[in-house]
Structure formats: C-alpha cells, structure tokens
Design a protein around this ligand. Structure first.
Ligand code: SAM
Length: 276
C-alpha cells in the first residue's frame, strides 16, 4: 500500500493560525517537505515538534525532490508538505509534486488553512463571488504588458501578490492600464502586528506608495472592469450600415451587430428595417 501526500497550510504571519489538524499531520508524517529547514524548524520548535526528517523542496529542487518523494510514498510513507508560509502550491512549491504523486496513483490530501490571496479578497469589500488570482505578474517585457492588458479588461475581481520593492511600479502600471479611478485594495502584513488594509483608488495608491516606502508583504485586490456602456442607436445604425455596405442582408447584419454589441436582436433588426 502506498502512503499519502499531505499538503499542510501554515500561518502567513500569526503563529496562532496553525490549526490543530496541521499540528497533528506534521507530527504524524514520516518526513516533511519544506522550502527552508531553518525557517520551518523555528516554527515547529514553537509547537514542540522538533526532530522531523526534512526533504528540501523549493523552486530549484522540486523537480528532483519529487522523484524521492514519490519513491518514499510508494514505499508506504506518509509525507507532509509545508512551505515557508501559507498554502502550498499557491505561488509556492507543491504543484509539481502533487502531479507526480497523482501520476503514480498516490493519494493526495490537504489540511487547509491560511492563504494571503483569500484573506485579502474577503476583507477587500470587492466582489468575492467571482475572482481571478494572478500570483506575481511578470516583471518586465511583452509578457508584463499583455498580462496588464488582460487584467485591465477582466470583469472579475483580480488578486495579485507583489514584492515591496516593485509595489510602486506595479501600481503605476495598473493606473495606466485601468485608469486612475479603478478601486484597489492594498492589503499589507496580514495577520501580523502591522496589518493594514487600504481601500482606495489606483491614483491614490500610487501617490501613497511614492510618499511612504513600501515595507513588508503585500496583496493587491483590484476591482474588475465595469461592463461597457450599452451602444447608442446611432452606433448600432452606423455598424449596420457598414455590414450592409459589405453586402450582408438586413437579417444577417442585424444578427451580427446584435452579437457584437450585446444589444437585443429585435431592436437591431427593427433599426435595420428602418434604414434606407
Ligand atoms: N503560499 C502563500 C499563500 O498561501 O499566500 C504565498 C507565498 S508567496 C511566495 C509570498 C507572497 O504572498 C508575498 O510576497 C505576498 O505577496 C503574499 N503574502 C504572504 N503572506 C502575506 C501577508 N501576511 N500579508 C500580505 N501578503 C502576504
């Protein structure tokens, strides 16, 4: 019988957030994957959980470590996986090992808990029913511009992680892409002593980041794009004329224009019939 891979969420700042189930899972596993043995060791000491066998899994070692982990799991061991903070696999190692375990028919389970993305989203006051998580957006180049363009057009709430030294630039780029008035929530040092949640506009957020050197850990929660204004009758007629000039029938032109502008088909068809 093979063992189980258990993904275990740990605190994003406040040690009081390590759940009793997480403590039990850590103490019961045969070995614990972690990014940094010193950091995880410090946390475990706090809970009297010293003396675990560690397997280092970080962005450099995850590929090779997943082979060792799968072998141990196939031999029947229970392996826990934690990261430096929060939920494994969320802008952190985990995804690759999970895939390798699933491919080998190994059971994968999790002890859920803190994740900065979820805490920032739920305190933001922005719509939570549909949202997109972008993690850290690309730092430069074409990739960054296309992601910014996609984010600007996104209708759902967008959550991003950002390092303090890149905060001002990212906010400034978002202001250019989304306009100065788009609402943003800058959530800093969540669950920690200096927790701060600023609900503001992109313009004001840029000014604030310029005036006060960003420090600590940040999550950005951006309001989704508002639906476009409905097209006016004049705009619909102009679009219809273009399609008719291209040789389309009134019925087909109306169907196409209605679809393009999200306008009611009957209204657009009536406009088409009235055109000379
Ligand atoms: N796995 C983690 C999680 O579940 O949130 C995320 C790890 S990622 C390497 C680290 C980033 O998460 C930070 O740069 C920051 O953007 C965000 N983050 C983590 N802890 C945070 C906190 N206490 N307050 C605000 N942001 C935090």
């Amino acid at each position: 019988m093979s063992g189980t891979l258990v993904l275990i969420a740990t605190p994003i700042g406040n040690l009081g957030d390590l759940s009793p189930r997480a403590i039990a899972a850590i103490s019961e596993c045969d070995a614990l994957c972690c990014e940094d043995t010193r950091r995880t060791g410090l946390m475990l000491n706090h809970f009297g959980l010293a003396g675990k066998t560690y397997i280092v899994v970080n962005e450099h070692t995850e590929h090779d470590a997943s082979r060792e982990v799968v072998e141990r799991l196939l031999a029947g061991e229970t392996i826990g996986l934690v990261t430096d903070a929060g939920t494994p696999g969320i802008s952190d190692p985990g995804e690759r090992i999970v895939r390798a375990a699933i491919a080998s028919g190994i059971e994968v389970s999790a002890i859920p808990g803190p994740a900065a993305v979820i805490m920032a989203l739920i305190v933001s006051g922005l719509p939570t029913s549909r949202f997109v998580f972008e993690g850290f957006i690309p730092r430069s180049g074409q990739e960054r511009s296309s992601v910014l363009t996609e984010i600007a057009a996104e209708r759902r709430t967008v959550v991003m992680y950002e390092a303090p030294h890149r905060l001002e630039r990212t906010l400034a780029d978002l202001e250019v892409a989304c306009g100065p008035l788009r609402r943003i929530v800058v959530a800093r040092e969540l669950t920690k002593l200096h927790e701060e949640i600023r609900r503001t506009s992109l313009h004001e957020a840029v000014q604030h980041a310029r005036n006060q050197e960003p420090r600590g850990e940040y999550v950005l929660v951006l309001e989704g794009a508002l639906p476009p204004e409905p097209a006016t009758e004049e705009q619909l007629e102009e679009a219809l004329r273009r399609e008719l000039a291209n040789g389309m029938s009134k019925r087909d032109a109306a169907a196409k224009v209605a679809l393009t502008y999200g306008a009611p088909k009957r209204l657009v068809y009536e406009l088409a019939l009235r055109l000379s």
